[in-house]
Write a protein that binds this ligand. Structure first.
Ligand code: COA
Length: 382
């Protein structure tokens, strides 16, 4: 992306920082004040109480569902939770312990695209149906992967359970408490959408070529996997483990910051405050940690956060306390980013639909800095 300063000198805006790449009606972020809204509603007001599927409906339809609409959507999702045998076959083909689970999430979405004979239909209703199908199936995949890591067999979804309760049931093999299901519901709600983050931009870029829905989602999964994006949630838990005790925090940070390491779970391109989602996630992590008799992790997290704010004036982002919340809910450490993918499918889908609805190919420019006009010589002139 280039912009012109004054008369003519083009310049690159590194990382497209602050560049407005499209218009959108899905989510707004007020970075200086730390406010996130979905379709005009402040996430703070409903994150702890709204049903994740109602939030998904809001993001896809630009209105909250009526009780009847939500019941209908919920039924649609429950009916599509089973993953096809080809997915289980794929899991058997790889060594789960040495494979990044996000590579399998990426492959599973791609496989679904290959198995859907109507994959190339980019009409609104068709895309809505495909998005519902992926939203319904991702928890089944994530739970199967989570269990497979420790050699446990996958558990079939229970159509009697809500989205979040069934997710934890498939993970643990027993129905969760209402508190645990509510905690996961909130986590899924908070991760559902976040404007033009890297993965959503990747999805929109693919949708902008009028490629199919699954290809666009695969691009989103691929981008989310990176440690500067969704991958940071796994790394945050590794950080707490590595530190191990509140007494080690200062020494750990002395060294990490001297080595100019990025501390996972801190910093944000847009927020200049603490991430508004971190308040809800910290409360969940604190509650679950206390219930598990393991307050040490949130104690370490709190101390690291205090030090980072004092030393660097850098705030915690969404992934920081989410790592602890997901750990206490029983997800294996390497699976956290995949859980986030199973939520962010909502935002990706909303943006893909928006892109298809008012499309223009996304095609920025590069400011060329290499040589020009060289004379071709076979074999490099040697
Ligand atoms: N730990 C230590 N320092 C950090 C930091 C972190 N997590 N995040 C940013 N900084 C510092 C940078 O070193 C830089 O300092 P400098 O100006 O002295 O060089 C400054 O803050 C600006 O950082 P920069 O990387 O240019 O910001 P960005 O907008 O390009 O990057 C992130 C944003 C999210 C990629 C970055 O903060 C990061 O890598 N965070 C860790 C990974 C993470 O948690 N990602 C999830 C995001 S939701």
């Amino acid at each position: 992306m280039t912009a012109t300063t004054g008369e003519s000198e083009p310049r690159v805006i590194a990382g497209l920082d602050g560049v407005l790449a499209c218009e959108s009606r899905i989510a707004s972020i007020d970075g200086p004040n730390g406010i996130l809204e979905y379709r005009g509603y402040n996430v703070r007001d409903f994150a702890d109480t709204a049903d994740f599927l109602a939030v998904s409906y809001l993001l896809w339809h630009d209105r909250w569902p009526s009780a009847q609409q939500l019941a209908h959507f919920d039924q649609e999702v429950r009916a599509q939770r089973q993953v096809p045998p080809q997915v289980h076959e794929m899991l058997r083909l790889v060594d789960l312990r040495s494979t990044n689970p996000m590579a399998l999430v990426r492959t599973a979405v791609s496989l679904r695209g290959a198995l859907d004979p109507t994959a190339d239909d980019t009409g609104h209703d068709a895309v809505l149906a495909k998005a519902t199908g992926v939203l319904a199936r991702l928890p089944t995949l994530v739970a199967a992967l989570s269990r497979g890591l420790s050699g446990q067999a996958a558990i079939a979804p229970d159509p009697a359970l809500s989205h979040a309760a069934n997710y934890l049931y498939m993970l643990r093999g027993r129905a969760p408490s209402d508190e645990d299901a509510a905690a996961l519901n909130t986590i899924l709600t908070l991760y559902a959408e976040h404007e033009l983050n890297a993965s959503t931009f990747a999805s929109r870029t693919v949708a902008g070529t009028l490629s199919d829905f699954y290809s666009a989602v695969v691009a989103g999964v691929a981008a989310l996997k990176g440690p500067l994006h969704g991958g940071a949630v796994d790394d945050a838990m590794r950080l707490f483990r590595e530190i191990g005790s509140v007494d080690n925090v200062a020494q750990y940070l002395d060294r990490a910051l001297a080595e100019k390491r990025k501390i996972p779970g801190f910093g944000h391109r847009v927020y200049r405050t603490r991430d508004p989602r971190a308040y809800h996630l910290e409360a969940i992590a604190r509650r679950l940690g206390a219930a598990a008799g393991e307050p040490v992790w949130v104690d370490i997290a709190t101390r690291v956060e205090q030090e980072m704010v004092a030393r660097k004036r850098i705030n915690a982002n969404v992934d920081y306390y989410a790592a602890l919340a997901l750990y206490h809910l029983g997800f294996p450490l390497t699976m956290f980013t995949s859980v986030i993918a199973s939520s962010r499918i909502v935002g990706w889908s909303a943006h893909i639909m928006e892109q298809y609805g008012d499309n223009r190919l996304i095609r920025p420019r590069a400011l060329y800095r290499g040589a020009t006009g060289l004379t071709y010589q076979p074999n490099g002139g040697t």
